[in-house]
Design a protein around this ligand. Sequence first.
Ligand code: ADP
Length: 384
Amino acid sequence: MNQPRKTRILFFVISGYALAAFGWWFYILTQNSREQHDTALQKVYDDALKAKLEIYDCCKDMFDEEQELNIDSLQNYIITYFPDYTLRFLQKPKNSDKENGLLAKIEVNPKAYIFEKIEQKYQRKLTQYVMEGLVFVGLLFWGIYYIYKVVSRRIDVNRQQNNFLLAITHELKTPVASIKLMLETLQKRQLPDQQRTDLLADTLNDTERLGKLVENILMATRIEGGHHNYHFEETNLAGVVEDTVSKFAKGTEKKQSVEALYNDEPFITADRLALGVALSNLLSNAIKYSPEGADLKVELKEQEDYIELNVYDRGQQIDPKEKTKIFEKFYRVGNEETRTNKGTGLGLYIVKQIISSHHATISILKRDGGGNIFVIHFPKESGA
Ligand code: ADP
């Protein structure tokens, strides 16, 4: 079993144990309260009997059947010594034997508020336990959720960093090996002109790829450390679109078409180079994740309140659950072992950072006929 899975299982076991322990604690407390409640009730009845016997003991004479009962003095006795009880005289005693017959003439009962007090105390205790329990469970769940989030995040970051290292090793190794091979071929063999030109073009492509990779890593590092200096100036967005698209429009390996569509030439305060990098990254992805012959386009539209820049691809629909995650650093959809497309998971992170620094937003929509649209909204008065 891998480490993240083990950590998650251990985490759930500990959380489950904490919850079970809390449940047990709650059960014991309520049981104790119930016992205290029952004991208090029992005491009330015991005291009633005690009162009755004491009255009988001290005023035995009055219980003589022939004698008239001095009701007032008995009432005074009970009020003085047992204020929580009432004394009642029965006209028809229930028992017939002599002793009990005398005792049976009176009845000592607890006053109603005694029961109310006991019941209230019991209810108060229960409410207290329930409230404490709710707060405790709330805090426990919040803590569990928070720790779970932090641990999951940590595990994800570790996984993504490992993926990044795997990807970057691959991304660096492959072009370096191919450049070396091509240069060695050129050095050792006299090739026909056409073959030589093709080899040089391939070498140049690989160096460009390496250059872009290094530029992306450097930019991500600068942005992450807050060291990237943006140079904001009045920028014609249509110019940025035109320049960037022209770099891709010469044709891709997959024979895709890349087209720039715009009628307006809106100006905003922006870092022209940074926006170029962001659009380049979006277009590179559109090319990378779309099939052969796909119709890709970049569209610039001036709306009433904002300026919209759309990048259309024919790639696989991005799962709604992934729509935020793909903008995180090193995040790549799927699994490094099974994934076929090359990449480092830095492209969209850089896009998002650049877009945010222009106070713009980016979202992903579904494209008619398949694919995605990466939609950027620039505020009209970009006060960046
Ligand atoms: P990379 O492309 O190097 O993996 P990115 O940050 O550019 O990293 O993209 C993150 C992930 O988002 C990619 O791994 C991919 O799964 C997904 N993605 C990005 N752009 C597209 C697109 N145009 N179509 C489909 N999926 C995309």
